[in-house]
Design a protein around this ligand. Structure first.
Ligand SMILES: Cc1cc2nc3c(=O)[nH]c(=O)nc-3n(C[C@H](O)[C@H](O)[C@H](O)COP(=O)(O)O)c2cc1C
Length: 210
């Protein structure tokens, strides 16, 4: 199936049936997220894969009681850096240079450039910039899930601060951004399953500037 057919197949599943997603499909989805592009290649986010039932129950309580959180096979939690720092950026760039067999110093000027750009914008701007990057990986995971016929529900409907507390994210310099239950649609009980997919018509969505 083409990417477009997969995107037409997927939908924000409202009811999942508890069936387990095989490890190789999960790995595929996570790899697509890992390969997502990010600003300056910083990948200022992490993914937590949650299967612990007790924890999932607690997350459901702070996620508007949405059943997919407990009926899914795996819950992905995307969490982004709460800010940029010399140390964080250096650690990514040093790794990049090591992987490419180049001296760390090769990135010094670029690093100073982005630090001098980001620092005056303050921590909230930086956290928001990191969060935006995590949404790109999130979208890749959604598309990859559709490709391997795994259902996924993109979710912002949860109390971020409460989830940060549950997962002890603050200590790790992270803030939750979005969550993605992965699993399989409950064909009999999902009210959305038979609904038409609705999107803004092409003519009003796309503006050609020639
Ligand atoms: C960032 C984001 C947050 C969303 N949050 C929720 C959510 O908390 N619960 C839910 O059931 N759907 C959620 N959705 C699903 C959207 O409502 C859904 O993607 C949209 O209506 C389009 O429908 P489709 O995904 O079925 O094509 C979210 C989607 C995105 C992209």
């Amino acid at each position: 199936m083409s990417l477009i057919e997969n995107l037409q197949w997927r939908y924000a599943t409202k009811k999942m049936n508890g069936k387990k997603v095989p490890q190789e499909k999960l790995d595929y989805i996570l790899e697509a997220a890992r390969l997502a592009p990010s600003s300056s290649g910083l990948q200022p986010y992490k993914i937590f894969v949650i299967t612990n039932e007790e924890l999932l129950g607690k997350i459901k309580d702070i996620a508007w009681n949405q059943s997919q959180v407990v009926d899914c096979s795996h819950l992905l939690v995307f969490a982004a850096w709460d800010g940029y720092s010399d140390e964080r950026i250096s650690s990514v760039f040093n790794f990049m240079m090591d992987e490419r067999g180049l001296p760390h110093s090769q990135m010094d000027a670029y690093k100073q450039n982005i630090l001098s750009l980001y620092e005056p914008l303050g921590q909230e701007w930086q956290a928001s910039h990191s969060a935006k990057q995590s949404y790109i990986a999130f979208a890749m995971a959604i598309a990859a899930a559709a490709e391997v016929k795994v259902d996924a529900t993109p979710m912002e409907g949860f109390v971020n601060k409460e989830l940060d507390k549950l997962l002890d994210l603050e200590k790790q310099g992270l803030r939750s951004t979005v969550i993605l239950p992965l699993g399989y649609r409950d064909e009999e009980n999902d009210w959305l399953i038979s609904m038409k997919k609705v999107r803004t018509p092409k003519e009003s969505f796309i503006t050609e500037v020639k």
